[in-house]
Design a binder for this molecule. Sequence first.
Ligand SMILES: O=c1ccn([C@H]2C[C@H](O)[C@@H](COP(=O)(O)OP(=O)(O)OP(=O)(O)O)O2)c(=O)[nH]1
Length: 231
Amino acid sequence: MSAERPASAGSTAAPVDAVRPGGHADPAGTVGPLDAAGPGSPVAPASPGGRPPLDVLIRRLDPEVPLPSYAQPGDAGADLRTTEACQLEPGERAVLPTGVSVALPEGYAAFVHPRSGLAARCGVALVNAPGTVDAGYRGEIKVIVVNLDPREAVRFERFDRIAQLVVQQVERVRFQEVAELPGSARAEGGFGSTGGHAAVDGTSGTSGQAAMGGRAGGNRYASVVSDREGQ
Ligand SMILES: O=c1ccn([C@H]2C[C@H](O)[C@@H](COP(=O)(O)OP(=O)(O)OP(=O)(O)O)O2)c(=O)[nH]1
C-alpha cells in the first residue's frame, strides 16, 4: 500500500487551486441555495451567444456542500465536490457522493466529466466518463472515480472538487430502420482506419487487438452477464 497522497500532492505538480490542500474550503460554501447562478456565485455562468443561462433546479442533500459553480467565465463545466473524504490506492475506484440532485428540463442531460488537473497530476479518471445524468433522474449525482496511478495513492477531502458537470441539450431520436444506409466518405472505416499514430498503423508492438474486440479485449463475457443481471 502506497503512502497517502493528497490529491494536492502530485510529485510533479505546481500548485493550482483545483488540487491545492485546502482547495476544498471554498468560500462559496456559504452561499444560499438560490445563489448558484446569482451574485453569491464566484463566477456567474457564461451565456454563449448572449443566451440567458438555463435555470436548473438543484437540491442540496448535504446542507453544507457548496453548489456546483463555474470557476471561470466561459467554462463549460461546473465543478462537483465530494461530500465524503476518500483515499484510493493505485487501481482502486469509488463511487463518491456529491450532495446534490437536480431536475434538468426535458431535452437536456448533464454529463459528469473528469477534471484535467486531477488526471494529469494524480492519474484520477472517471470509470464511466462521461457519466450521463438523465433529465428524469432525481437521485444524488455520484462520481465514479478511479486512481490510475500505478504507484501512489490519492486522497480526497470533503468538498474537494472531483469532477465537472456539463449540461447540454440532447436530441431524442426515432430510429427508422432501413435495408441500406446512404453512402458516405468514411463508409465502414473505424477504429483507427485513418491512421495517424504508430499503434494503429501497425508499426509498433501493440496490435490494437483490444480495440478490435480480439484476444486482448478483456473479460467481456463477465461484463455482459453483470449488466444483464442489473449488478
Ligand atoms: O456518473 C454518473 C452517471 C450516472 N448517474 C446517475 C444519473 C443517471 O440518470 C443514472 C443512471 O445512469 P446510467 O443510465 O448511465 O446508468 P445505467 O447503468 O444505464 O443504469 P439505468 O439502468 O438506471 O439506466 O445514474 C450519476 O449520478 N453519475
